[in-house]
Design a protein around this ligand. Sequence first.
Ligand code: GUN
Length: 299
Amino acid sequence: MSTGTRIDGKAKAADLSARITEETRALRESTGIVPGLSVVIVGEDPASQVYVRNKQRTAAACGFNSVQHSLEASASEAEILALIESLNNDASVHGILVQLPLPKHLDEQRITQSILPAKDVDGFHYINIGKLTAGATGDAFVPCTPAGCMLMIEDQLGPDLSGKNAVVVGRSNIVGKPMASLLLAANATVTIAHSRTADLPGLCRGADIVVAAVGRPNMIKGDWIKPGAVVIDVGINRIETSVDGEKKSKLTGDVDYESAIANASAITPVPGGVGPMTIVMLMANTLRSAKFAAGVEAS
Ligand code: GUN
């Protein structure tokens, strides 16, 4: 039995990507400016390689100038900071992204905070985090994953979440905390749950919106979901399965999709839900940065 709607993040991302491509063409024709995205990747982490390849591919498809800077896993902090400084000073670069996680010897905070806030299309700089928290997002960059989740929630429930209870499971700086700020800005009543939360199933059962971002495969069960709730699954977990006795790996979310869709009014699948939206929001942020640089009104 399946009762909820499967939210097609891939289709929504394709629509947004087509709009961004069109706006990029219009910007280029009216100002000569081409959005420039610089992606820095350090080391050989296989998941990061895949993410960065997808980001590069989407940027190229949108008509951006997209440049990848691949550094050895042994790269020094000074080397990376020098690269970022040169990108900060390069007027053709509108967005700078350092793919995380970084190798252990590098200070992730020092590196992400060295990116100019005006080029921080990941929205990780404290200036951008502060503006989001203060509800002053006019010229701020909002982190891509929560921004994409928010668009999908709005599609289901509209822009005003007054009276809705939202539970965000996970308190990371990349997803959980900014997601909570966005939900709060939309008037939801927000709880951030995490590994030390008591009675997580009970808490989730009271939620009209559940955003799962914990990184534990299939942790959130169908009977934790209130009938009619909207469920957004940010988890991307690679698990081993056995198909006809053969070992295979597959991606799965933090939510047990098959049981949850029976209760939810709408739910994102993994893959094909949040992932494609995250990438397209990076493009939206980069185009927005290029428009600011061009003195064009950004939407
Ligand atoms: N690693 C996992 N998610 C992200 C993200 O959104 N941005 C960056 N830079 N690295 C990540």
